[in-house]
Design a protein around this ligand. Structure first.
Ligand code: C2O
Length: 557
C-alpha cells in the first residue's frame, strides 16, 4: 500500500512538471530576467526581458490553480514583478510593486512568487513594477475556467494573445532619468507595437509585423492587453466587427463594435469571426488622447490573413479613429456591462461604509535644479506620493513605525471648482500617506479629474481588488444628483478604469482582502510623478480573514 501511494505521489509530481499537457493544480514557472538584443525593433540597444523574449512568456493557469514563479534577476537593475489583476487573497507578499508589498529583487538574487487564483478566469497580465522596466518586461496571464466549465459564449476555434506595447529607440531608463532630472515631461515613444512588432518607424526597415492566420468562417478569441507605458489605444481590424466578451478577467454582456478602446493596464477579450471575403486585412492600434498633450502618433499594424488567399493580394486598409475621438472612446466605455448571469453575478455593494472623493491631476512644484526652476508633479487629493525605502506591507505587518502614516485625506482638503478655471496655486503636498479600511467594509470611491494644468484621462488601477464602475460623468461630481443614476445592477467589474478627461468616475468594492494595496495611474509617467497612494486593509477575525506571514525568501532592502 505504501509503495502504491509513493508511486502516485511520483506520478503527480511528474505531471506537475508538464502542466501544459496534464491537468495539474500547481504551475511552476521560471523567469530569468536577462538583457537581450532587440534587433526586430531596429535598435542596437539591448532591452531587459524575461527569458530573452519580448513580449515575455505567457503564463497559463486554471481557476483555483496555485502558481509558483521563480524570478531570477540577472540584470543590473533592481527588479520586481506584478501579476496585474490577480486578487492575491491574503497573499499580498506576492503582489509585486516594489517598496509597496516587497523590497525589490536585487541583481543576482531571486524570489518565488506564490499565489492561488481564486474566483477569476480570463486574461490578465504580468509586468515589472519598478523603474520603467515594464516597457519590455511584460507578458500575458491566461486563466482558463475550471476543468469542464465552458465559456459563457460559443467556444472559439482558437485563442490568440495580442499584446499592444510602446517602444523607444533609446534606452527607456535613460528617457525617464532625463525627465526626472529636468523636471519636464519625457520624450514620447517612437512606435507602438503589436506582439513586439512595431508599425512603420522612420529609419527602421519594416520587418513584416505580426500575422494572424485565420480560416474562413471560424471564430477566434483575441486576448488584448495594453502594455504601453503612457498611451491609451484604439484597436481596429479592417472589414470585421469585434464582439467584446470579457474585460479585466470578468465576463461582460457581449456587444459588437468596430473599435475597442483599451487603456494601459486593461485587458479585453474579443471574438472575431472570419466572415469577410478571403484576403488580407489590416489590424491597427493607434493612440487616443483628447487633451493638448504630446503623444506618439504612430499606428502599429499587424495583418489578418485568410488561409488560401494569394500572398500578393492587397491588404484591405482601415482608418483608425482620430487621436482625439472622445465620442468613440465614450461609446465603447458606455457599452460595457457585467454579464451578471446566475453563474457570474455582479455582487455590487448596495450600502456604503466609506464614501471617498479623490481628485487626480497634475501640479507644479518648485525645483532649484530643474530646467524651469520647477518640476511637473502629479497627485491624488493634492498629495504627491513619496515612495518609502522599505516595503509598506512589511512596515504594516511588523508594526515598523516611521515608514508611513494612515492619514491620507478621504476628501479634498481644499475643495475648489476642479474642472473650472485653473487655480492660482498649482503646488502639491508630499507624503507617504495611506488610507485605512476595516476588513469587509464597503467603499465608494469617486475619482475626480482636475484641470490643474490641463484635464486629462487617467487610467487608475487598484491592486488586490476588482471594483464595480457604478457611474461616470462630465464636469464636477455632484454628490446629491449623480448617485441617483448609478448602475447598481450590472455595472462593469474591472481593476483599471479611465477617469474621463475633465470628468469623474465612481466605483464600489468590498475591502475583503487584508494587506497594503497600491492604487495609481497606469500612465507610467503619472505614477513616476506621484499620482499614487495605497490602502491599508486591516485583518478581520481569525486566520481566514488575515494576511499570511511573509515567505522566507522575501527580498530585503
Ligand atoms: Cu499594472 Cu501597479 O500595476
Amino acid at each position: 500500500m505504501a509503495t502504491w501511494i509513493r508511486f502516485l505521489a511520483v506520478v503527480a509530481l511528474l505531471a506537475c512538471l508538464f502542466p501544459a499537457m496534464i491537468e495539474c493544480r500547481i504551475r511552476h514557472y521560471k523567469f530569468n530576467v536577462v538583457l537581450k538584443n532587440a534587433t526586430r525593433l531596429c535598435s542596437t540597444k539591448p532591452i531587459v526581458t524575461v527569458n530573452g523574449h519580448f513580449p515575455g512568456p505567457t503564463l497559463y493557469a486554471r481557476e483555483d490553480d496555485t502558481v509558483l514563479v521563480k524570478v531570477v534577476n540577472h540584470v543590473k537593475y533592481n527588479v520586481s514583478i506584478h501579476w496585474h489583476g490577480i486578487r492575491q487573497l491574503r497573499t499580498g507578499w506576492a503582489d509585486g510593486p516594489a517598496y509597496i508589498t516587497q523590497c525589490p529583487i536585487q541583481p543576482g538574487q531571486s524570489y518565488v512568487y506564490n499565489f492561488t487564483i481564486t474566483g477569476q478566469r480570463g486574461t490578465l497580465w504580468w509586468h515589472a513594477h519598478i523603474l520603467w522596466l515594464r516597457a519590455t518586461v511584460h507578458g500575458a496571464i491566461v486563466i482558463l475556467p475550471k476543468l469542464g466549465v465552458p465559456y459563457p459564449f460559443p467556444s472559439p476555434h482558437e485563442e490568440v494573445v495580442f499584446i499592444l506595447g510602446e517602444w523607444w529607440k533609446s534606452d527607456v531608463e535613460a528617457v525617464i532619468n532625463e525627465a526626472i532630472k529636468s523636471g519636464l515631461a519625457p520624450n514620447v515613444s517612437d512606435a507602438h507595437t503589436i506582439n513586439g512588432h512595431p508599425g512603420p518607424v522612420s529609419g527602421c526597415l519594416s520587418q513584416g509585423g505580426f500575422n494572424l492566420q485565420v480560416e474562413a468562417k471560424k471564430t477566434y478569441m483575441l486576448r488584448l492587453i495594453n502594455a504601453a507605458l503612457n498611451e491609451e489605444l484604439f484597436f481596429k481590424i479592417a472589414g470585421h466587427k469585434l464582439t467584446v466578451v470579457e474585460v479585466d478577467a470578468t465576463y461582460v454582456k457581449p456587444f459588437k463594435t468596430d473599435t475597442v478602446l483599451i487603456a494601459p493596464g486593461q485587458t479585453t477579450n474579443i471574438l472575431l469571426t472570419a466572415d469577410a471575403r478571403t484576403g488580407k486585412y489590416l489590424v491597427a492600434a493607434s493612440p487616443f488622447m483628447d487633451s493638448p498633450i504630446a503623444v506618439d502618433n504612430v499606428t502599429a499594424t499587424a495583418t489578418l490573413h485568410y488561409s488560401g488567399s494569394v500572398s500578393n493580394v492587397a491588404t484591405k486598409l482601415t482608418t483608425p479613429p482620430p487621436i482625439n475621438a472622445t465620442k468613440v472612446a465614450t461609446n465603447f466605455v458606455n457599452s460595457l456591462r457585467s454579464l451578471n448571469s446566475k453563474q457570474y453575478q455582479a455582487n455590487v455593494p448596495l450600502t456604503v461604509d466609506r464614501n471617498l472623493l479623490f481628485t487626480v491631476g497634475i501640479g507644479v512644484n518648485p525645483c532649484s535644479t530643474c530646467v524651469n526652476g520647477s518640476r511637473v508633479v502629479a497627485d491624488i487629493n493634492n498629495v504627491s506620493f513619496v515612495m518609502p525605502t522599505i516595503s509598506l506591507l512589511q512596515a504594516h505587518f511588523f508594526n515598523i513605525s516611521g515608514v508611513f502614516t494612515d492619514d491620507f485625506p478621504g476628501n479634498p482638503l481644499n475643495p475648489y471648482n476642479y474642472t473650472g478655471v485653473q487655480p492660482a496655486n498649482l503646488r502639491t503636498m508630499t507624503g507617504t500617506r495611506l488610507y485605512r479600511l476595516a476588513y469587509n467594509s464597503t467603499v465608494q470611491l469617486v475619482l475626480q479629474d482636475t484641470g490643474m494644468i490641463t484635464p486629462e484621462n487617467h487610467p487608475l488601477h487598484l491592486h488586490g481588488y476588482n471594483f464595480f464602475v457604478v457611474g461616470m460623468g462630465k464636469g464636477n461630481f455632484n454628490p446629491k444628483k449623480d448617485p441617483k443614476s448609478f448602475n447598481l445592477v450590472d455595472p462593469v467589474e474591472r481593476n483599471t478604469i479611465g477617469v474621463p478627461s475633465g470628468g469623474w468616475v465612481a466605483f464600489r468594492f468590498r475591502a475583503d482582502n487584508p494587506g497594503v494595496w497600491f492604487m495609481h495611474c497606469h500612465l507610467e509617467i503619472h505614477t513616476t510623478w506621484g499620482l499614487k497612494m495605497a490602502f491599508v486593509v486591516d485583518n478581520g477575525h481569525g486566520p481566514g480573514e488575515s494576511l499570511l506571514p511573509p515567505p522566507s525568501d522575501l527580498p530585503e532592502c
